[in-house]
Design a protein around this ligand. Structure first.
Ligand SMILES: [Zn+2]
Length: 435
């Protein structure tokens, strides 16, 4: 046996060891019940596909005659080993988190995913050591398309939803996940294609981009135009996600957005996100269009004034690219709203329905009664509970912007709200079982 053969045998043994060890850990989860089975299946199918490539390359190597052919196969195997390393990132996600979400929050997450994406879908909440919410849908889609270059088996969509580990008990803040689930919805329904493609191919955009960069076709100009096009798409996607979250969750999302985004950014445009004040302006337009403004402005006038001040704040920079991005996003604002209401449909948060129950929920909260039932026969709606809790908690902490962190500091209160979300689900399930 020559050195090339020894090297290849080493690589094949390494690949099999890594794949088999991961598969042994994942397989029992595929057949297990409960959350994580769908993600485990996706991981398992990815491992199977990598294993099949290793086996195919072993067969080819056995038949290979030239040193060049053998070296090429060895290089391929090194890539396959590197891919198995990448799978490791997903392994902690199928373990139970150390800081678990309350069951009530998990129910609200499922309900939101079903409204935005529809069945079948599996949301797997995982803790993140970064202070961030994010989602990853089909985590190894790119591995299939870019590396293996073969179609990925599809079925139930797995969505990994991360939350800041130390915020696990913050039931009020978790409404921020609605924006993250919206990213999966944008992908699922190709909403970005619907909104951004006609815009980027339209004559207005092409005139604007030519005005900024000219008509030269050298590589640097083409790349600059491409970069702006990508940024337009990223900004539109963020604005779409805000709208989807707000339309489904109602005004609660404004408080979650304020609690999560406004402590670190105000009117500074970011590479992937419009400035927060512009995002707020887009959202307040929807709040008014959906007639939720009276509710928030009457209950919490100081907070409403702060939101309006944010919405009226222009971006911190006014370079030509930022202006182009802003103008472009503003041009599609009605389209973003149209696509959002089409996607959420009749599941949109209904201000009139909340108006019928808001006072009853406030009365329960004021008397420290779990706001899970409106009366002995009617369970409270999850989104109504969340909004009533936000209004109550912010009001009781002084009603000013600083009341938002004060409300989030009330861990016991938020556990109480999560319990209300859980019990409302239980009542609904009982009622369904024994009508
Ligand atoms: Zn986002």
């Amino acid at each position: 046996m020559g050195a090339l053969d020894d090297d290849f045998a080493f690589l094949a043994a390494t690949a099999h060891r890594l794949i088999d060890e991961l598969a042994a850990e994942v397989t029992p989860r595929v057949h297990g019940k409960g959350r994580g089975a769908v993600l485990a299946e996706h991981i398992n199918q990815t491992l199977d596909a990598i294993r099949a490539r290793v086996t195919r390359d072993e067969t080819r190597f056995a038949a290979a005659q030239s040193a060049t052919a053998k070296a090429t196969l060895a290089r391929q195997l090194r890539l396959l080993v590197a891919l198995t390393w990448g799978i490791h990132e997903a392994m902690p996600w199928i373990d139970p988190p150390r800081h678990q979400l309350d069951l009530g929050t998990a129910f609200l997450i499922d309900e939101t995913a079903l409204a935005m994406i529809g069945p079948p879908v599996e949301v797997l909440p995982v803790e993140s050591n970064h202070y961030m919410y994010w989602t990853l849908s089909w985590p190894f889609e790119e591995l299939w398309s870019e590396n293996l270059k073969q179609p990925m088996p599809r079925g139930t969509r797995p969505i990994v939803l991360a939350y800041p580990a130390r915020e696990a008990p913050s039931a009020l803040l978790h409404g921020a996940f609605a924006h993250e689930l919206a990213h999966a919805a944008v992908d699922h329904h190709d909403l970005l294609g619907t909104v951004a493609d006609p815009l980027l191919q339209g004559s207005d955009y092409s005139a604007a981009i030519t005005a900024r960069f000219g008509t030269a076709t050298d590589a640097a100009t083409v790349r600059s135009k491409q970069n702006v096009g990508n940024q337009v798409e990223e900004w539109i996607e963020e604005l779409l996600c805000d709208q989807l979250a707000l339309t489904y969750l109602g005004p609660s999302f404004l408080f979650c957005f304020a609690g999560m985004v406004l402590p670190v950014t105000w009117n500074e445009p970011q590479d992937q996100h419009p400035n927060a004040t512009m995002r707020m302006r887009f959202m307040l337009d929807t709040v008014r269009a959906n007639h939720w403004d009276t509710l928030v402005s009457e209950r919490l006038p100081t907070i409403w004034a702060w939101f309006e001040q944010a919405a009226a704040t222009k971006p911190a920079v006014t370079d030509p690219i930022t202006e182009l991005l802003i103008d472009t996003c503003e041009a599609v604002e009605p389209e973003i709203r149209r696509v959002t209401s089409q996607t959420i449909g009749t599941s949109a948060f209904d201000a009139a329905a909340y108006a019928n129950v808001g006072e009853r929920l406030a009365e329960l909260l004021n008397n420290d009664i779990l706001p899970a039932q409106l009366n002995p026969t009617t369970a409270a709606d999850h989104r109504h509970i969340l909004l009533a809790a936000w209004l109550h908690a912010v009001d009781h902490n002084g009603g000013r912007p600083a009341a938002i962190p004060a409300a989030l500091a009330q861990r016991e209160y938020q556990r109480f709200i999560a319990k209300a979300l859980e019990m409302s689900t239980t009542f609904t399930a009982w009622k369904r079982a024994c009508p």
